[in-house]
Each structure stands twice: as C-alpha cells, then as structure tokens.
Design a protein around this ligand. Structure first.
Ligand code: FAD
Length: 502
C-alpha cells in the first residue's frame, strides 16, 4: 500500500466532518476524509428550499426500504445525502438536541445528559442554530395550537407546545457540518477525497489496516479508521468486509471475517403521517397568484437570503402527547407552509400547507442485511403494533388541534385525507396506506455495554482493533426529535476521544 495516513474517516457527513475536526485540532496526526459523493459547492445545497429538487437526484443515495409488512407491503424512499456534508447537506436543518432523558435512557457510561451536554454546547458554538426568521405567518401562528404556549419560546420535546423551530442556517443559507467543521479542518491540514466510494475495510489479523475503494485503490491507516458513513452506509461497508452475522454473510456469498450477530439489527426511524390543507390565500403554492413571488424568488434569495427559496420547507411544528392525557409528549409535528403533492404527485398547483405527526420514541425495530442482491433495508415500521396505536392517536389529536386553533387569515380547510377518514379504524387504515418516515434512520451499529452490542460505549467495533464508529448508527435508541444535532455531537465526541487516546 503506497498511500497512508494516520487516520482515515469514511464519510464526510454530519458526524464525519466533526470527527475530522476533532482529530485535526487534537493533533492526532494526518487525517484523510473519504467521501463517496461530490462537493457540496452547489447552489441547491446552499439554498434552503433546494432540498426539494435534491431529493431523488444525483446527490441522494436514493435507497428504498424492503416492502413493509406494517404498511401493507409498501416500500419507502430512504433519502440520504451523497456529498460532502452528507445528509446534513440535503436536510431541512431543523435543530434539536433531544431530551436529557433520551441520553440518560441509553444508560451507557460516558453518554448521560450531563456528559453529552458540553459536546452539544461546543457543536452549537460552531453551528449557531437560530429561530427561523421570515417564517410564514401560519408558522408564526402555530402557538395557537396550545393555549398555554409561549408563542416566542422554541418548542421542546420535553413539553407540549408548538411554534417556529431553530435551524442551522444563516442569512438564508445552509450552514452544515461541512462549513462548521470540515472546511476549518481542511485549512489545518486534513485531506479530503471526494467521489471515492469505500468498498470494504482491509484487515491485518484483528486490526483494521485501511480501506479499499471501489476502483481497487488501497489506502492504509497507520493509527485507525473511523467509520462515519451513516446508519445505512456504515453497516453496509462492514457487511461487505465480512463483518456481521456469519450465517447471513455466508448466504450472501461473503467470506466471514468476524461474526457479529447483532450488526445491522435495531434499525429504526421516526414513522409519521400527515394532513394536507388547501385554500386560496393560504400557504405557499404554485398558483398564478404567487407566480410573481416565485419569479423574483431566485434573485431575492441570491441577493438578500430571503423569499420563498429561503424557506427550509419545514418551518416549525411542535411536541405533544398523542392521547392528550397529560402525559409527556410522545409525538412531534412538522409544519410545512407549502401545498405539497400527495397520491404520488410531487406538486399540487394550489396554495396550502401540511402538518405531520411522528412518533418520538418508536418501539418497532427492523434490520439491515446483506443478501446476494445487495443490501436489504427493513425499517420494521409498525412491527410493534402499539406504535400504530400511538401514531393514530397523535394524528387524530393533531387534526383536532389544527381544526380548533385560530391560525389567522391564512387558515384553510383539510383536503387530504378529508372527511372520508373519520373513525379511528379509518385513520389506522389511512396511516398504514400513507405513512412514511422523518428520514432519521439510526441504530444499526448500536452502542452497548453488553457483549452482544456491536459497538462499545467508547465507539470501538467490538472484537476488532483500530476501528471506531461515529455516526447515527451507534444510537441505541433514537432521540425524541430530529437527529442531525445528536449525530454531530457523536462525531464531535469521537474526534476528541480518539485524538486524546492518540
Ligand atoms: C431529506 C432529509 C431531511 C432531514 N431533515 C432533518 C432535519 O431537518 N433536522 C435533523 O436534525 N435531521 C434531519 N435529517 C436527518 C439528519 O440529516 C441525519 O440524521 C444526519 O445527517 C446523520 O448523520 P450521519 O453522519 O450519521 O450520516 P450522513 O450525514 O448521512 O453522512 C454519511 C456520509 O457518508 C458517505 N458515505 C456513505 N457510504 C460511503 C462509502 N461507502 N464510501 C464513502 N463515503 C460514504 C455519504 O455519502 C455521506 O456523506 C434529514 C435527513 C434527510 C435525508
């Protein structure tokens, strides 16, 4: 192997960028970041509304789930960013740490709330998330959903309330982990290889010695490799390297290097289902009345960072208890002041808005497996039926809250699903037929103190030397809100930990 670095970071996503920064600032030696996708220097990445066009495009891995039994056999799109910045370059930039109880509930040494909070502080010092400015009046009015709500307070997964969310965007432009962490690391000497897909890890005995790229190039890691390819990409690389459930690997025709039966298990996401509202003069949409605003939108965004294209689509939402029984919030809602398409159409030529409800703490679990045909991603949606119970209750409560609240002059009637879905049974059937996810897959390389957990609490792949895992895959249970900030926190802590040890 001619090429060698002290550390190789696989994946320049939300976590990987923070890892690279930690390694460089911690003086851990030479660092190479390998990214399968291209640069993020692309107007649609900067432009908050650009994600609408990027999803399903060349900068998206465009995974699809296996047919989901809980969804009547439907398969779901699983978008993942395939570029510098990873999914953090294609996401809506909603910023939530999660609840203190999420991290305390992991019950892992080093990961309690008091231990992770300083890392969140450090990440936020770089990302500077802020309450969205220039939100649609409907989003500003969301506080009306809860009479006790402080309309100016940011919603929080610990308490019922709704309003405008905080975002990691500045002056109407995306500010991702690539901006906050990777570029400063590159200025301090880290190297970045884009358009280079890691095929597998190379091993010398129990030690991970480096990586092999899709074109056969081998790169050695003198001190170690950090796997930050995300909750889908990281287990996929390990499985292709012969590390995973032995029987499954053999069946896929892969030589077994290390048997880790739980690798790829525990896959889960936040399942959700939505409601569409429509009416003239309501939210944004592709109607003649708004054509003048769409016409000036590119210039408005380019010159002033404002206007329709400065909206990250999701602008706000809230947290509440699905059954409204006074218990802690168990569902999150996302509010988009645009009339989205449904029934398979991307756009609807009307004005309106959309609100969804997602489970904060799903119990269902799926699995990512390697087969002869490639990876199979079973999200396990509603594998535990109580998830469907809670989501149905939350969806019905959201509908009532949205109907009863005074959202001002832009308020519009519900058009989908509308009056055809009334009873709880009808709502359950509708949710099975339409539910998707919030695009927050986690857990495939769960950290745990017990010997069957694939990753140890200090982020090492169990039973190997020289390999750390740092991304959303290590979360034993998903946090109660959006997963970008927690993924970055994990990357930040990994970088510091590995640099300290080095
Ligand atoms: C459309 C969308 C909207 C979202 N909205 C929000 C939101 O508003 N707020 C929020 O908090 N979260 C949101 N999320 C989720 C959030 O962005 C992710 O949880 C987070 O980015 C995960 O970080 P990660 O580092 O684990 O993975 P990623 O950021 O996905 O990074 C993985 C990186 O590894 C690279 N990679 C993968 N395989 C290989 C390989 N073989 N070789 C080399 N490189 C590889 C990928 O290209 C990618 O760059 C959204 C996600 C999506 C897709």
């Amino acid at each position: 192997m001619a090429i060698a670095y002290d550390h190789i970071v696989i994946g320049a996503g939300s976590a990987g960028c923070a890892v690279a920064h930690g390694l460089v600032t911690g003086g851990a030696g030479t660092v190479l970041v390998i990214e399968a996708g291209p640069s993020d220097r692309w107007p649609l990445v900067r432009m908050p509304f650009g994600l609408v066009w990027m999803m399903g495009g060349a900068r998206d891995w465009r995974y699809r789930s296996a047919p989901q039994a809980g969804l009547g056999g439907r398969s779901l799109a699983i978008p993942r960013g395939r570029m510098v910045g990873g999914s953090g370059s294609i996401n809506s930039m909603v910023w939530f740490r999660g609840r203190a109880a999420d991290f305390d509930g992991w019950a892992l040494p080093g990961w309690s709330w008091s231990e992770v909070a300083p890392a969140f502080d450090a990440v936020e010092a770089q990302l500077r998330p802020r309450r969205l400015s220039g939100a649609h009046p409907l989003t500003e009015a969301l506080g009306a959903l809860f009479p006790t709500n402080d309309a100016k307070a940011l919603p929080h997964p610990d308490r019922e309330g709704a309003g405008v969310f905080a975002f990691n965007l500045h002056d109407g432009r995306r500010w991702s982990a690539a901006d906050a962490f990777l570029r400063p690391a590159l200025e301090r000497g880290a190297a970045l290889l884009t358009g280079a897909q890691v095929d597998r890890l190379t091993l010398k005995g129990d030690r991970i010695a480096g990586v092999r790229l899709g074109d056969g190039t081998e790169i050695a890691a003198r001190k170690g490799v950090v796997l930050s390819a995300g909750a889908i990409g990281s287990p996929e690389i390990l499985l292709r390297s012969g590390i995973g459930p032995a029987e499954e690997l053999r069946a896929a025709g892969v030589d077994v290097v290390r048997d880790i039966p739980e690798l790829g298990r525990n896959l889960h996401d936040h399942p959700g289902a939505g409601l569409h509202y429509e009416g003239p003069g309501s939210g944004y949409g592709l109607t003649p009345a708004l054509w003048p605003r769409w016409a000036v939108a590119p210039l408005d965004w380019a010159l002033r960072g404002r206007g329709l294209l400065a909206s990250p689509t999701v602008e706000g939402g809230g947290f509440f208890n699905a059954r409204g029984d006074g218990g802690a919030p168990d569902v999150q809602s996302h509010f988009i002041p645009f009339r989205l398409g449904h029934d398979g159409r991307k756009y609807a030529l009307k004005q309106g808005y959309f609100a969804d409800v997602c489970l904060c703490r799903p119990k269902s679990r799926g699995a990512l497996r390697l087969t002869k045909r490639g990876i199979e991603i079973d999200l396990g949606i509603f594998a535990d039926e109580t998830d469907l119970d809670t989501l149905t209750a939350g969806w019905l409560r959201l509908r009532t809250l949205m109907a009863e609240a005074d959202l001002g002059p832009h308020q519009a009637p519900e058009v989908a699903p509308g009056p055809a879905v009334r009873t709880e049974d009808q709502a359950r059937a509708h949710i099975r037929a339409t539910a998707g996810t919030a695009y927050h897959p986690v857990g495939t390389l769960r950290m745990g103190a017990e010997p069957d957990a694939p990753v140890t609490p200090d982020l090492r792949l169990r039973g190997t030397l020289g390999l750390h895992v740092a991304d959303a895959s290590v979360m034993p249970a998903v946090t109660s809100a959006n997963t970008n900030a927690p993924s970055m926190m994990i990357g930040y802590r990994a970088g510091m930990m590995i640099a300290e040890a080095a």
